[in-house]
Design a protein around this ligand. Structure first.
Ligand code: HEC
Length: 126
C-alpha cells in the first residue's frame, strides 16, 4: 500500500515535470523556426535599441534604415555586418563589447541578441 502511495506521489511530481519539458521544447522549436529576415531584425532588435540614433539619424552617420545601409556601415567605412561572420560584424561586436548602445542606454535583452546572432550567422538573409 505504501508503495502504491509512493507511485501516485511520483506521478504527480513527474507529470508536470515531463509535461513542462514538452511545452518548453515546443516553444524552443517554434522560436527556432521563426523566419529571420531584415524586417524582423529591424523591427525587433534595431528599431527599439539602436533606432533613435541609427534610423532617425540625428546622432550618427550610420543608418540602419535599409538592408543595404545596415550592411554598408558608417563613418568607419567598414561594413556594419559581414553576413555569416559574427565575430567580424561591428553591429554584433560593438554590442558584445558593451560599446553600443552608448550612454548606458538599454541594450537588447538575451532573446533579441539571440535573434541577431542567428540572423548574422545564417548569412543575414534579406
Ligand atoms: C544614443 C545614440 C546611439 C544609439 C542608441 C546606438 N548608437 Fe551606434 N553609434 C552612435 C554614434 C554617435 C556612432 C558614431 C561614432 C562611433 O563610431 O562611435 C555610432 C556608431 C556605431 C557603429 C559603427 C559604425 C561605423 O561604421 O562607423 C556601429 C556598428 C553601431 N554604432 C552599432 C550600434 C548598434 C548595434 C546599436 C543598438 C544596439 C547602436 N549602435 C545604438 C550612436 C548610437
Amino acid at each position: 500500500m505504501q508503495k502504491f502511495a509512493l507511485l501516485i506521489a511520483f506521478m504527480f511530481v513527474f507529470y508536470p515535470l515531463v509535461h513542462g519539458q514538452d511545452t518548453k521544447s515546443d516553444a524552443e522549436q517554434s522560436k527556432r523556426s521563426t523566419v529571420l529576415n531584415f524586417e524582423v531584425i529591424k523591427t525587433q532588435v534595431l528599431m527599439p535599441y539602436c533606432g533613435s540614433c541609427h534610423i532617425e539619424m540625428d546622432e550618427s552617420e550610420y543608418s540602419m534604415e535599409t538592408y543595404e545601409s545596415l550592411l554598408e556601415g558608417g563613418e568607419s567605412e567598414e561594413p556594419g555586418i559581414i553576413p555569416g561572420d559574427l565575430e567580424n560584424s561591428p553591429v554584433w561586436t560593438r554590442i558584445d563589447e558593451g560599446d553600443m548602445p552608448p550612454d548606458n542606454l538599454p541594450a537588447p535583452p538575451e532573446d533579441k541578441l539571440e535573434l541577431l546572432k542567428r540572423w548574422i550567422e545564417a548569412g543575414a538573409p534579406k
